[in-house]
Design a protein around this ligand. Sequence first.
Ligand code: PEP
Ligand code: MG
Length: 585
Amino acid sequence: MIKLKGIAVSGGVGIGTVLVLRKDEFSIPKRKISHDEISREIYRLEEALIETRRQISQLQKNISKDIGFDHGRIFEAHFLVLEDRVLIEDVIKQIKIRKVNVEYAFSQSIKKYVDTLLKLNDEYLRERVVDIEDIARRVLRTMLKEKAVALSDLKEKVVIVAHDLAPSQTASLPKDNVLGFVTEIGGRTSHTAIIARTLRIPAVVGLESATENIKSGDKIIVDGSSGEVIVQPTEKILKQYQKRSTLYTKEIKSIHISKILRPRTKDGKETIVSANIELPEEIPLIKQYGAEGIGLYRTEYIFLGRRDLPSEEEQYEAYRTVAKKVKPHGVVFRTIDIGGDKFLSRPEVPKEMSPFLGWRAIRFCLARPEVFKAQLRAMLRASAEKNVNIMFPMISGIEELRQAKNILEQCKEELKQEGKSFDDKVPVGTMIEVPSAALTADALAKESAFFSIGTNDLIQYSLAVDRANEKVAYLYEPGHPAVLKLIKQVIDAAHDNNIWVGMCGEMSGEPIFAVLLLGIELDKFSMSAPQIPKIKELIANVTFKDAQRIAREALKLLTAKEVEKYLQEELKNILGDNFYHILMI
Ligand code: PEP
Ligand code: MG
């Protein structure tokens, strides 16, 4: 038995058999095929070889153009492998005789090929092994182009252990067959963690060397509430955790979802609690949790995990469906926020040294007006439903906001000329998630219909702590006095300018902070849907007067630890036995 500890990001206990996805490798499925499937698998081999050849030619062209013909020739060894009849015949033989799928047959043939070269004791040929492995990975990646889908197609119940899972992969995990997951990198507010919470998949991230210590087929326990991961547990430990898992499931099922949609403090202050979503399919779920509309729709998920860009029409259909389904409430569409830890699978989006500080969100959109306009036009057309709001992510100052609004105005003009209907008064808001925006909130408020504070980013940018880096996760502190001061300043600036201000960062779904936020008069809370019942219950059990007093005191404290301790104690005093009940929800 080995006990490991990572960062707990999504509650619950997952117990099952491990499937390891190694860094830069894929889990290569082995599947027996029937006689009738043989020709299809051979066809898939040919297709993958042609596609890989096309990719390499393109790469070769680009490199030759950029740095000269000689460098382009480095790919010649790759072409030789792709055309090697001995290799190709061997794969076909395996498909026909062993009746296995093409990915497995190809990986086995490559293994044989590499082993033979390594035995030859020829330095030149041994060096070619790197090229061969590289090209083999490319071919496999092409064959497994449904890789994310392959994950979504899992037929058995497993616990996934991976170096990392892309947010788009996590979003497409089949909830029923993924009992939990463990990754080596990530933090509490990395997008993968956020999605795990939304899907209620127990998850632990930031567990270094997980893929070295854990093997496919191991029995494993993932405690997403404590961060503990137990590999090959003893019978006794297994029983303990099985009990804990049953208890947790029972507790979840017993959640009483309040019939009152809009929570009200004991002394009568009403607050709106809405949900953050990534995919339109989450709408029934958020209704179940009692969300009052959608406070953040992360529209970039329509763009992730695919090779092409969604058209205006496709986006329009998606946005209009969401707007219709969420009625009688509203939806806040956020324009695409790619970059950071979410990437398009397109070659023109380059890898960056510091992606969170790089070509992300509004910066990408302003640089690619054709992509931006297609999305804005789709959103505007959906606004004909009259319950739509639009907001821009990662605004760093008034100039960016004006540029984005200008493009929105152009889109309105175009739609008018084309006779397409939209809501001319659609509210346009600004996300406050960069310190420079928080510090100039007064100016931004004058040109925004509302604010939405994105603390996931605001915290990382103001404390200089990468939200997805487990090594500095201990410094990621929502209760840091600097963060609290910035938030208060933003709320005050919004109210001074008569606009509403919400928060769609994870902080608003954390009970101790929710009370503080209520006290500094945040108007709307938006969070992962499973947090909603807890936060509503909490709001209904405190007075606004107490929340104001608590906030005042908390803002005087000097460290995040003092703030958290103080908030916990106050909540315990006010809520008594209810405190533990609410935290368990
Ligand atoms: C945030 O930054 O708080 C936010 C809600 O946006 P995202 O998590 O998508 O970056
Ligand atoms: Mg953000």
